[in-house]
Design a binder for this molecule. Sequence first.
Ligand code: ADP
Length: 258
Amino acid sequence: MSQKYKRIVFKVGSGVLTENNKIAKDRMLALVSLLAGLKSDYEIILVTSGAVSAGYTALQLDRSIKISKKVLAAVGQPILMSSYKNKFEIYGIDTAQILLTEDDFDSRERTEIFRQIINTTLKHGILPIVNENDISTTEEQLFGDNDQLSAHVTYYTNSDLLIILSDIDGYYDSNPSQNPDAKMLKIMREITDELLTQEEMPTHEFASGGIVTKLKAASYLMSKDKEMFLCSGYDLKSAKEFITKNIYNKGTLFTNKS
Ligand code: ADP
């Protein structure tokens, strides 16, 4: 059977990875076991949030203070990575930590560097785990959210698909947390400027994205003829079925292909 996708980027948000200010270990394990299962047939790159919330488990600083947030990220990044490492080890998989900033996408030389790093880790069976390096950087050097970072990673690593694992199970025709009659859209072929410029606040304490950054990520990828699938990070069935069987009951596919 020919595979539709070969190289896939997964992005998981802090809402999925955190529960009550702690890493949600069972959800992380479910994700790791999905990726471990897919790894024999697909090349997998993981973009993960969660460093700031992981840092908060060790040190309760006020994350609304810029420097405190950086300290939390510095404390939390190794906690997050060791949590992943322990779980991937169950499946005999080694991981690499790759920290990027928006600046890394600025020049051909720089994109070439991380493309080669990712290609080499994948070639050796190592699973690259990417996060935004928001520790020793200024706001101007950052995307500020991992949705757009992961879209850029998808394009520049020649990946075929970005899967966004979210706290919501798809994209709705209006905000489902405000409108109980909101309907999930199975497919989006176009994203209007109006949707991209709508004001939207991140939905929880550690979130930096929200639905607008996901739409921006999708719009960027569609402009590059790539696809994005937004689905639940709590129940990974949709992600798995979409990749392995090309079917899905829940989730939204953003594509410009007919
Ligand atoms: P994550 O932490 O997974 O990155 P966010 O919480 O930042 O996710 O963004 C997803 C949230 O965006 C949903 O839980 C929902 O409350 C909100 N939202 C606003 N508008 C929409 C919409 N049209 N469709 C889906 N979710 C929406």
